[in-house]
Design a protein around this ligand. Structure first.
Ligand SMILES: Cc1cc2nc3c(=O)[nH]c(=O)nc-3n(C[C@H](O)[C@H](O)[C@H](O)COP(=O)(O)OP(=O)(O)OC[C@H]3O[C@@H](n4cnc5c(N)ncnc54)[C@H](O)[C@@H]3O)c2cc1C
Length: 430
């Protein structure tokens, strides 16, 4: 996608021309992932001049997570966008199932959630982001500049006043009242601001790859988890393929590669024999991607003129597949707290602190729960020479219908989800 394709026709004096070396906006959002894109959309809807800078020239990145949670669907519903999004080809995941010695066990049930969207929507992230970007560009005071890599912060008197970025036609400055770093787990803005996240050490990494789905594969299979020797396999149902996560011990990817693809194919066949007839499609390591699993959080998400959200502020473990939801929840909180200060031009540190205060504790609680899953299940599975047999007590607990509903709710909504139609944020919805 070229830069110009996402640049709307200027219809307002607020919108600078791309060739200008120094541009001005009210809010500069760095990073066109789910967090940055939703924040840009919410601010644009409030009539706030906003420019999003995205380093890549398109949104087409494989293995970035394709899950859209019910919490996000409810947000889109309130913005009047949910039904249109669902017109795109997608799969609905109704539950997460784990294979135990005594058969499959549903451990996360979304079907009983009190929502119009009791399922996880599986939609390639590129389609989701393209959809949101098109929506952003309906607002003349909003702009998305693709292929714009931020390289520096503009600081004056200890306050961040915007960024310096590189695009195809050279260096630019974008000056803004507020700069938001939504630039992901390797956040450049976080580094430039000298902020250092505190990290825990999850015991695993994940090798993601894809295999074709066959017509006789079970329909609406959802997400299936299976234990193997020193490994765990996750199968995510897409319409015509399976997204497969092979979970291995932290740092053991070099050994996996050294053992070779035939050894990997044999290991997968042992855990999921029904895939044996298509593993020949996996012919190169380049067909997959390694996710080096991290979990971290910043002690402080802001500085004068600067706010960090999403993965830039806290990388979530892949347990539960909630990183996208949490990035978007941050965006809603930021839009809710900051719309008025941005509209009036009076932005204080207190406003930025309020965003962190609203979102930090739900994030930390979920990270703690993920940490328990790492220690109690993943670590044991990766240390076990035989496929892990879940402890009896855990199996009994998982068989209780309430357990799978509670886990389903946690995955679907997290803790204390932002509800844009609530008293908290009435101004965000029409
Ligand atoms: C392999 C993998 C699988 C995952 N699977 C899932 C899943 O199934 N479900 C789920 O919920 N989450 C999943 N996640 C996590 C999820 O992708 C993230 O939590 C989520 O995307 C965070 O959103 P974000 O907007 O904060 O940042 P990101 O989505 O990381 O977006 C950051 C954006 O910033 C841009 N950027 C970076 N630096 C600059 C710069 N200097 N200038 C301009 N732009 C810049 C990047 O190009 C990127 O587009 C997965 C992550 C990975 C790596």
């Amino acid at each position: 996608m070229a830069v110009q394709r996402l640049t709307p026709q200027p219809q307002s004096n607020d919108v600078p021309q791309l060739h200008e070396r120094v541009q001005q906006t009210t809010c500069c959002v760095v990073g066109g992932g789910p967090g940055g894109m939703v924040l840009t959309l919410l601010l644009a809807r409030q009539g706030i001049p906003v420019t999003l800078l995205e380093a890549h020239t398109d949104f087409d990145r494989d293995f970035r997570g394709n899950t859209i949670s019910p919490a996000v669907m409810e947000l889109l519903d309130q913005l009047g966008l949910a039904e249109r999004l669902l017109e795109q080809r997608h799969v609905k995941i109704h539950n997460f199932t784990v294979q135990t010695g005594s058969g499959p066990l549903v451990f996360a049930d979304f079907t009983r959630l009190n929502t119009r969207y009791p399922f996880i929507t599986m939609l390639p992230q590129v389609h989701f982001l393209d959809f949101l970007a098109a929506e952003v560009l309906r607002y003349p005071h909003a702009r998305i500049i693709m292929g714009a890599t931020v390289q520096g912060l503009i600081e004056e008197g200890g306050v961040v006043r915007g960024v310096r970025y590189q695009s195809h036609d050279g260096e630019h400055e974008l000056r803004a009242l507020l700069t938001v770093g939504a630039d992901g787990r390797f956040s450049r803005l976080r580094k430039l601001a000298g902020l250092q996240p505190r990290a825990s050490s999850p015991p695993m990494d994940v090798f993601w790859f894809r295999l074709p789905r066959h017509p006789d594969d079970p329909e609406s299979a959802g997400a299936l988890f299976r234990f193997g020797p020193q490994s765990l396999l996750v199968l995510m149902d897409h319409f015509d393929y399976w997204d497969i996560g092979y979970i291995i011990a932290k740092g053991s990817y070099p050994q996996l590669r050294a053992a070779g693809l035939p050894a990997l194919r044999r290991a997968i066949t042992r855990i999921a024999p029904e895939l044996a007839d298509r593993l020949q499609h996996l012919t190169s390591w380049q067909q997959g991607a390694l996710l080096s699993v991290e979990s971290n959080h910043l002690a402080q998400w802001f500085q004068p003129g600067l706010l960090l959200i999403g993965d830039a502020a806290h990388v979530m473990s892949p347990v539960g597949g909630i990183g996208i939801n949490y990035a978007i929840q941050d965006a809603v909180a930021a839009a809710q707290q900051l719309s008025v200060p941005l509209q009036t031009g009076r932005l204080s540190l207190r406003d930025l602190r309020a965003v962190q205060r609203r979102r930090e504790w739900p994030t930390r609680i979920i990270q703690a729960i993920q940490g328990l899953a790492h220690q109690r299940i993943v670590r044991m599975a990766l240390a076990s020479a035989e496929p892990l047999c879940l402890p009896r007590l855990l199996r009994l607990a998982l068989r209780l219908p309430w357990t799978s509903r509670i886990i389903g709710r946690l995955i679907a909504f997290g803790i204390a989800p932002m509800r844009p139609g609530d008293r908290e944020s009435p101004q965000l919805v029409p």
